[in-house]
Write a protein that binds this ligand. Structure first.
Ligand SMILES: *Cc1c(COP(=O)(O)O)cnc(C)c1O
Length: 332
């Protein structure tokens, strides 16, 4: 399925797999649409006034599991090999990918184990268990959790390791942008939060085919800038994460997404955790939306732009706000 050359600007191959194509995204779109409804793309006039241009919020937090990541899980579930189904799955996550893989396992009728680092919030751990998966707590960072997940997948009769940047997951995530550009083909820009970059790769794949004039702008927390640094240098950079936004708490760049981000992103901006909190408050007060930090980061990126003009979309990628996040929203 991944045999045609890539259509993302300038990308023809990746390290260990052939390039993803828009045809793959269309197929994933049919699979995902069979399981979850399209998410609303909403203009909030109060928010427009604050930002100074027309802002469309893509409300991905209304999906099952509360984030866009379920799209990756739904597509993965449809694409599991017989061996994966039989062995069950193991992965690592700070929370939303965890819920997505737990959801996928439930759909596919197999078992999932998720290794979660100490920075993963309780609400996300509880949600994974509620979906019927097993949570293993290990390490302080996502990198440490990933290493342990690979250990759990080593040897006979162990579950199959699912990488967070597995192509089946990237293609599932791309369906958010398939919807977005079908709903609004005339956008001048879309702001996309970045942790590992799977969502942003999907944005670039769909943009190139459906809305070539739309700028794709990545946003990351300045307290977890590994993907940003990797994008700038073109090499995989590791930087410890200290962000409060668990969905963005990656500590290194990702080989599977970096070439696409380098070729496809028009810009990549850093915002502070405090700016993310301000954006989350604005989503609550001006858009009736409870977002987690990672889900508010795109709006924070837009707010940091000089006098934006034209129709702009921000991806509200997730609503699984932790107790701390909800308390901070109310505190200001
Ligand atoms: C995972 C996640 C992100 C970052 O997505 P990547 O594909 O890892 O770049 C953004 N927002 C939320 C809510 C997430 O769960």
């Amino acid at each position: 399925m991944y045999v045609q050359p890539g259509i993302v600007r300038g990308v023809t191959s990746m390290d260990d797999q052939t390039a993803l194509t828009f045809a793959d995204v269309l197929t994933a779109g049919e699979i995902v649409a069979g399981e979850v409804a399209a998410t609303p793309l909403v203009d909030h006039p109060l928010l427009d006034r604050v930002v100074g241009t027309e802002v469309l919020v893509k409300h991905e937090h209304v999906l099952p599991t509360g984030s866009f990541k379920v799209r990756g899980g739904v597509h993965l579930a449809a694409r599991l090999t017989d061996a994966e189904r039989a062995s069950g799955l193991v992965t690592c996550s700070t929370g939303n990918h965890a819920q997505s893989v737990a959801y996928a396992a439930r759909l596919a009728g197999c078992h999932a184990t998720v290794v979660m680092p100490s920075c993963a919030p309780q609400v996300k751990r509880d949600a994974v268990v509620a979906l019927g998966a097993t949570v293993v707590s290990h390490g302080e960072s996502l990198g440490e959790a990933a290493a342990h997940a690979r250990v759990l997948a080593t040897g006979p009769a162990t579950p199959s390791y699912v990488d967070t940047t597995d192509p089946r997951i990237v293609l599932g995530h791309a369906t958010a942008y398939l919807e977005l550009f079908r709903q609004a083909p005339d956008l001048v820009a879309v702001y996309v939060p970045i942790g590992s970059g799977t969502g942003a790769v999907g944005a670039c794949l769909a943009r190139d085919a459906l809305a070539p004039g739309c700028r794709v702008i990545g946003v990351q927390s300045s307290a977890a800038p590994a993907a940003w640094r990797s994008w700038r240098s073109g090499r995989i950079e590791s930087v410890a994460s200290a962000t409060r936004a668990s969905g963005l708490a990656t500590s290194s760049g990702y080989p599977a997404t970096l070439p696409y981000l380098r070729a496809g992103l028009d810009d990549f901006v850093l915002v502070s955790d405090d700016a993310i909190d301000r954006a989350a408050r604005l989503l609550a007060s001006h858009a009736g939306t409870l977002a987690e930090g990672a889900g508010a980061a795109a709006l924070a990126g837009l707010l940091a732009a000089d006098s934006p003009t034209g129709r702009v979309a921000v991806m509200c990628t997730g609503g699984n706000a932790s107790a701390d996040e909800i308390a901070r929203l109310a505190a200001a």
